[in-house]
Design a binder for this molecule. Structure first.
Ligand SMILES: O=C(O)COP(=O)(O)O
Ligand SMILES: [Mg+2]
Length: 224
């Protein structure tokens, strides 16, 4: 249940990877293309899932680290990864069930919608467009939009500012402890979906105001 609101909710900030779109297949494919170009062995899908949520830099560094490859390969790896991801963005990913219904419920509740992800903004906008979700969002901010990424509260505070709202009026909807920690520090109420990535840890262990198994349940959380 959401905390007793001192101010009514006016907007929702929605995370992308693990919340709106299951992008594990894209990340896995792009990383394996990168590894192939570097003549390194492939990485398993389940391992990649644990690295998602802290942006591309973290994903690449964690992958190199997992394979025991030298960190000095990072600059080269980044170039290969960016080229691969740009080429296959959206190909191996799909919108989670309940997403369009959940976004419609948020809209019907009168909330403006912003998408805030740690993914680079260019990739985020392309993916939302490819999946037919772009028109749902007034604002889209990627991990390169601000000086720091989630779990830092800065991206949330900046998004609230862009919406012209106080954090207490803005609901954060995400899938991981990065979203929850950023929301708590910014002063936004937070709902977590239980089907996303969260670094391989159960999402119920993360402090949040509510948990939903599908975005289609979000209307009930708002009404509670
Ligand atoms: O790590 C990423 O690039 C994706 O992160 P997100 O969950 O903030 O969309
Ligand atoms: Mg996420």
């Amino acid at each position: 249940m959401l905390p007793p609101a001192t101010m009514p909710l006016r907007a929702a900030i929605v995370d992308l990877d693990g919340t709106l779109v299951d992008t594990l297949g894209d990340f896995h494919a792009a990383l394996n293309e990168m590894l192939g170009a570097l003549r390194l062995p492939a990485i398993e899908r389940a391992v990649v899932a644990r690295f998602i949520g802290k942006g591309s830099e973290h994903l690449i560094r964690a992958t190199l680290g997992h394979l025991g490859a030298p960190a000095s390969l990072y600059a080269q790896a980044w170039e290969h990864y960016q080229a691969a991801y740009r080429r296959l963005n959206g190909r191996w990913s799909m919108v989670y069930p309940g997403v369009s219904e959940g976004l419609a419920q948020l809209r019907r509740a009168g909330l403006q919608l912003a998408c805030l992800t740690n993914k680079p903004g260019e990739f985020a906008r392309e993916l939302l467009a490819a999946k037919g979700l772009a028109s749902q969002f007034e604002l889209v901010f990627g991990g390169d939009a601000f000086a720091r990424k989630k779990p830092d509260p800065l991206p949330l505070l900046k998004t609230c500012e862009a919406l012209g709202l106080a954090p207490a009026q803005v609901l954060m909807v995400g899938d991981s402890r990065n979203d929850a920690a950023a929301a708590r520090a910014a002063g936004c109420p937070v709902v977590l979906v239980t089907y996303g990535y969260n670094h391989g840890e159960p999402v119920h262990s993360v402090d949040a105001d509510a948990y939903v198994g599908s975005l289609a349940e979000i209307g009930r959380v708002l009404a509670a």
